[in-house]
Ligand binder design. Structure first.
Ligand SMILES: *Cc1c(COP(=O)(O)O)cnc(C)c1O
Length: 349
């Protein structure tokens, strides 16, 4: 790894050759990934190493390929104005991966192992962290069962892998026009909707593709038990605002407990809004003043419209919205423009 350290040393001020202003949320391959294995002899994760980013080998009968025993995480590294790099609440991702690993019967890296892996991955790919204000390095940790597994049972070997890709600021994208999905469901009580299990995402593609074919940007799922209450989008949490009250569905197992969601709740409280984590009937959404979505990729975005049973409701958008105020504060903290009184950011260089 001597040459790697050398490269990282030399790269202090250099940037990769990227057109930063054209970045979306597609994969841009970077230089290195971090890999750490867990074996049943010893029952712990190995040291872990940075290797060149590239394809990995898997047994055709691995647990991840056959039974979807896998989890992912997502977090961003931002460059401050002075070029230093900040991670946003990375220990929350580490803890969420531990919760998910417990649900999926997998061993999980310790918080320290997770943080070390994320830091090493970001620093090794430092030249891919976009300049201040022009995006972020999106970091994607994976945890998966890799041993051969013919029977339906947990794998006996696991891999924790971290890769990264520069992404643009999602804010420039098209308006969010959601359609309420009343045929399929993302999650059921007792299922895995509350963890970032890989098995939660492709089942959503059908509803999402149909919605996109009709010109919508995302679906809004309803609870599977009654079909009366909103849950979330395909990969974002949802909030509604009416008067001084901001409401969002409770994270009780069928919605993903977003770290952006949690942060927005805390910021909204400091602004003096009343925040309610409660079941939100779809009727109340149709009656709201503002609706917005949150997630690491989009941070906070206003919803322009929601369509439910052929009826389209439009919401307040633009610079005067509460969503915009929350967005400005959160991104200000994430990028080091606003003093981080919450202790959420971690400088890593
Ligand atoms: C990741 C994710 C979110 C957002 O979580 P953040 O921690 O804010 O990125 C919301 N919903 C689903 C289904 C997700 O997978």
């Amino acid at each position: 790894m001597g040459s790697l350290e050398h490269l990282v040393e030399c790269d202090k001020t250099e940037y990769a050759n990227v057109n930063w202003d054209e970045l979306g949320f597609a994969l841009t391959k970077t230089d290195y990934m971090f890999v750490m294995n867990w074996c049943k002899d010893g029952e712990k994760f190995s040291e872990g190493v940075l290797t060149r980013f590239g394809n990995i080998e898997l047994c055709p009968s691995s647990g991840i390929l056959n039974y979807g025993q896998g989890l992912f995480e997502g977090l961003k590294a931002y460059r401050k104005e002075d070029e230093r790099i900040l991670l946003f609440r990375p220990e929350e991702n580490a803890l969420r991966m531990q919760m998910g690993a417990d649900r999926m019967c997998m061993p999980s890296p310790t918080v320290q192992q997770f943080l070390d892996a994320v830091k090493k991955t970001v620093l090794a790919n430092k030249r891919w962290v976009p300049p201040h204000g022009r995006g972020a390095l999106y970091v994607r940790p994976l945890l998966m069962g890799t041993s051969p597994n013919l029977g339906v049972k947990p794998a006996s070997e696991y891999t924790f892998l971290v890769y990264a890709s520069p992404v643009g600021s999602y804010h420039k994208g098209p308006n969010l026009n959601l359609v309420v999905e009343d045929k399929t469901h993302r999650a059921t009580p007792g299922g895995t909707g509350g963890v970032k299990a890989v098995i939660n995402y492709s089942p959503v593609y059908k509803a999402l593709s149909e919605a996109k074919a009709k010109g919508f940007t995302d679906v809004l799922f309803l609870d599977a038990l009654t079909g009366k209450y909103i849950e979330e989008g395909s990969a974002c949490n949802v909030f509604v605002l009416k008067e001084n009250v901001i409401s969002t569905p409770p994270a009780h197992g069928t919605i993903l407990p977003g770290i952006t969601r949690k942060s927005i709740i805390e910021i909204a409280l400091t602004f003096g809004y009343q925040v309610e984590e409660r079941a939100v009937p779809i009727e109340q959404v149709l009656d709201a003043e503002e609706v917005f979505c949150t997630g690491t990729a989009m941070v906070v975005r206003s919803v322009a419209s929601i369509t439910y049973k052929e009826k389209r409701i439009e919401y307040k958008m633009g610079a005067e919205t509460v969503a915009q105020k929350l967005y400005a504060t959160l991104t200000g903290i994430q990028t080091g423009l606003i003093e981080d009184k919450m202790g959420w950011t971690v400088a890593i260089d």
